[in-house]
Ligand binder design. Structure first.
Ligand code: RIB
Length: 307
């Protein structure tokens, strides 16, 4: 089967995750129940999800020359993710995310300090032209500095390489960035911030998708949390509901969806089949604590799909 090279351009931060029976209110201290640290950041999470889903993945990010950065590089070696394009900056610190997970609901609150990967320089991005042009598909998010991400998307567009943009965390986007994006994958909140349409169900998701299609996006995928997903292009629309799982931690579920979805496209699946693949990848990821450790492997995803 074909397996096109996936280039993920995005963030790496170390996730520092505590579980708690309740979220603290401002000024309150709450006794948590457990703590874990490990690789995180939307770019890195999506790269890991795509790799475990069977993708051939190169990750481009920035790290500091510190213990957290070393942890990341060792981890990519173990996961067999190509880290040869990662920039290590001795004048910057690797980013970190402070994550609190409510152990009752599985929901989270996150503060990201983006660090080194928010400091891509124009010349560093320009140097990626060949890497981007020779990719089979390019996957980006919005955690790194915006101009760098926009430039990578522009280089991919110029080279005729398909793009997936997961606009997380939410930010208003210039029309010229949206124009020509092949797959645009906001959640409900991101879709509302970007289109101005409040998204609560498939009907409102369809309206938001129309705004995006009107701006030149080719395929829109709106993830709807516990309601599943809604997808639309000029010819068709697709919906899906989540697989049934015991929710432990929803952190990184969107990343799992995007990684699985992109790996499926790179493997030559149709838009509809890739949506199903991403949906199962995202669903399986909420069964375990953490972001990276929770990313499922191809065999687990296919077992659910073949049921
Ligand atoms: O999407 C989840 C990710 O967002 C976490 O891993 C955290 O690092 C934040 O960037």
């Amino acid at each position: 089967m074909e397996n096109k090279k996936i280039v993920v351009f995005g963030s790496y931060v170390t996730d520092l995750t505590g579980r708690t029976p309740k979220f603290p209110t401002e000024g309150e201290t709450v006794m948590g129940v457990s703590f874990k640290s490990g690789p995180g950041g939307k770019g890195s999470n999506q790269a890991v999800a795509a790799k475990r889903a069977g993708g051939d993945v190169t990750l481009v990010t920035r790290l500091g020359e510190d213990a957290f950065g070393k942890l990341a590089l060792d981890f990519y070696d173990k996961e067999e993710i190509d880290s040869s394009k990662i920039i290590v900056d001795k004048n910057s610190d690797t980013g970190a995310a402070l994550i609190i997970v409510n152990e009752v609901t599985g929901q989270n609150e996150i503060v990201v300090i983006i660090g080194a990967c928010g400091e891509f320089k124009p010349e560093e991005v320009q140097a990626l032209e060949g890497t981007v042009a020779s990719a089979g598909i390019v996957l980006c998010q919005l955690e790194t500095n915006p101009e760098a991400t926009y430039k990578v998307l522009e280089m991919a567009k110029q080279a005729g390489v398909p793009t997936v943009l997961n606009p997380a965390p939410a930010r208003k986007l210039p029309d010229e960035v949206l124009n020509g994006i092949d797959y645009f994958t906001p959640n409900e909140t991101e879709a509302e911030i970007i289109t101005g349409v409040a998204v609560t169900d498939c009907e409102s998701a369809s309206k938001a998708a129309d705004v995006l299609l009107g701006k030149g996006v080719k395929n829109v995928v709106i993830t709807l949390g516990s309601k599943g997903y809604y997808a639309k292009n000029e010819k068709s629309e697709f919906t899906g509901t989540p697989i049934k799982v015991a929710v432990v931690d929803t952190t990184g579920a969107g990343d799992a969806f995007n990684g699985g979805f992109t790996a499926a496209l790179a493997a030559g699946m149709s838009f509809e089949a890739a949506l199903k693949y991403g949906n199962v990848t995202g669903g399986l990821s909420v069964e375990k604590l953490g972001t990276t450790p929770a990313m499922p492997y191809k065999e687990e995803i296919e077992t659910v799909l073949n049921k």
